[in-house]
Design a protein around this ligand. Structure first.
Ligand code: FNR
Length: 192
């Protein structure tokens, strides 16, 4: 089936429209938030917030695409395998990937993904929180990547880095909880 531009734009903004005031809340956050539809081939993005556009330079024109477009020519072999395993297991993951900004600049992206399934009125989805580790983060990114995949208590990471990592986890958890609450309310209202 062929869609004209107007229909495509409408389809793309559909999920944001459904999210309503939650989309406004996500737009007010300083960190990037994305949602992918896991029921569709190649898990297309169905939502991205303003901070994602600020961080990457890409906006709603990327809805309908898999978020790997940020990797461009960068390999990220291990990290990608880690994400695929987490998505297949309906689990969560936390890692650091190399990504490229729209202008081609590389940056280290700390990515936290959680899967959200089990709602009859909604497709299975994944929600991601993304953080640009910034210029000073480049050197720390290797540590973060190890830190996130090894036993956290046994790995020696400077306290300031640990605190920043912890803060990002809290933000990502809060976003995930808000999203799950929204899904629950949506489910309840679809029954009544
Ligand atoms: C992703 N992925 C992703 N990748 C990336 O390089 N930068 C990002 O910001 C994101 N964000 C993101 C959010 C959400 C919600 C999901 C589900 C996934 C990962 C990417 O889409 C893909 O899953 C991985 O690249 C692994 O799959 P492939 O590329 O090996 O098929």
């Amino acid at each position: 089936m062929r869609f004209n531009l107007h229909t495509k734009t409408r389809m793309r903004s559909d999920f944001k429209h459904q999210l309503g005031s939650l989309a406004e809340s996500f737009d007010s956050l300083a960190h990037a938030v994305t949602v992918s539809d896991l029921s569709k081939p190649d898990h297309p993005l169905v939502y991205l917030n303003k901070a994602f556009t600020k961080m990457t330079g890409f906006g709603e024109e990327m809805l309908g695409h898999n978020c790997r477009f940020l990797q461009s020519d960068l390999e990220n072999t291990e990290a990608r395998a880690h994400i695929r395993t987490a998505l297949e297991a309906n689990g969560r993951c936390e890692l650091v990937l190399k990504n490229r900004h729209r202008n081609g600049d590389e940056f280290y992206n700390m990515l936290l993904i959680d899967t959200v399934r089990g709602y009859k009125s909604l497709p299975p989805m994944a929600i991601g929180s993304q953080f640009d580790l910034g210029p000073e983060g480049v050197e720390q990114a290797a540590d973060c990547a190890v830190y996130t995949t090894q036993s956290q208590s046994s790995f020696s990471v400077p306290l300031t880095v640990k605190m920043r990592l912890e803060r990002r986890r809290l933000y990502a958890d809060a976003v995930e909880r808000m999203f799950r609450s929204w899904c629950t309310l949506k489910e309840v209202s679809s029954r009544s």
